[in-house]
Ligand binder design. Structure first.
Ligand SMILES: Cc1cc2nc3c(=O)[nH]c(=O)nc-3n(C[C@H](O)[C@H](O)[C@H](O)COP(=O)(O)O)c2cc1C
Length: 261
């Protein structure tokens, strides 16, 4: 589980408990801290300490900031700052988009800054430009389709052949979505909006039930696909069609390489 941005708790200590409770309830699980990519090295260490985190996500949300009337407008020097955090952070650092996806060029720059884990945070699910627009945002509905779809972002990172770990997230809703991302080569998969909607409208018990049913369907897909584990699933041929294949060809990436395994 990854928490939301901890900036608020670094600024006002009264909020700390709403983050540390995650570790209290889940003493042995994988818990990921979260801060803006512009965070200082000291804040990064404090965020990790706050929840005894196993990793730190640094989120990149430039479109959201620009859509927000009160958002940041200055992004110079962020990559250099990320490099400093990677050097001093006691746990692995994950570069994470928040719904607009990473291109292979962005990933290469962050790789050169020392990042070795990427969360695609691709387009197709929660849309923070649309959310900010509803709060009177600056984009006025004109840029709602901005971003790189999750499948494309994942494939761009995979095709770059960098020795990195990839978390696929952004619009993952079904067991089939999870299986597809893992079959393509993602190491992990993240879901936010779908789970939060069930929690909000139907409560925690229903969410528990939903997750159990979801895991049943995911195991079924593994069995139907003849894969006993993620590694075997990721060796299966995957056929990429339609606009995703077109996108890859336009970027000089051979979409049939995943079918030729
Ligand atoms: C209510 C809500 C709050 C979020 N807050 C953060 C945040 O603080 N930091 C962050 O990196 N991502 C945040 N996200 C983005 C998610 O981590 C995820 O990248 C994005 O929602 C795409 O996944 P989804 O389509 O499954 O929701 C938030 C998403 C939601 C729905």
């Amino acid at each position: 589980m990854a928490v939301g941005s901890q900036t608020i708790a670094l600024e006002e200590s009264g909020w700390k408990e709403s983050f540390s409770v995650v570790r209290e309830y889940n003493p042995d699980g994988l818990i990921i801290a979260n801060l803006s990519a512009a965070a200082s090295s000291d804040d990064a260490i404090a965020a990790v300490d706050m929840i005894n985190a196993d990793a730190l996500q640094l989120h990149f949300n430039v479109p959201q900031e620009l859509a927000m009337p009160e958002g940041d407008r200055h992004f110079k020097g962020i990559i250099e700052q990320v490099a400093r955090v990677v050097e001093t952070c006691p746990v692995p650092v994950i570069a994470k988009e928040v719904g607009f996806g990473f291109s292979r060029e962005s990933v290469k720059r962050l790789y050169d800054a020392g990042v070795r884990i990427f969360d695609t945070g691709g387009q197709g699910g929660t849309n923070f430009i649309a959310i900010e627009d509803k709060r009177g945002g600056a984009f006025q509905g004109e840029l709602n389709s901005w971003g790189i779809p999750t499948a494309v972002s994942l494939l761009e990172i995979l095709a770059s052949n960098l020795p990195v770990k990839i978390i696929a997230s952004g619009g993952i809703r079904s067991a089939a979505d999870v299986a597809k991302a893992l079959a393509l080569g993602a190491d992990m998969v993240g879901i936010a909006g779908s789970l939060l909607r069930i929690l909000l409208h139907q409560g925690a018990d229903e969410l528990d039930r939903w997750i159990n049913d979801f895991l049943y369907r995911l195991r079924a897909v593994f069995l139907m696909g003849g894969a006993g584990d993620i590694k075997t699933l990721a060796e299966k041929p995957v056929i990429i069609l339609g606009p995703t294949a077109e996108w890859l060809r336009a970027r000089d990436i051979d979409p049939t390489q995943w079918a030729k395994r």
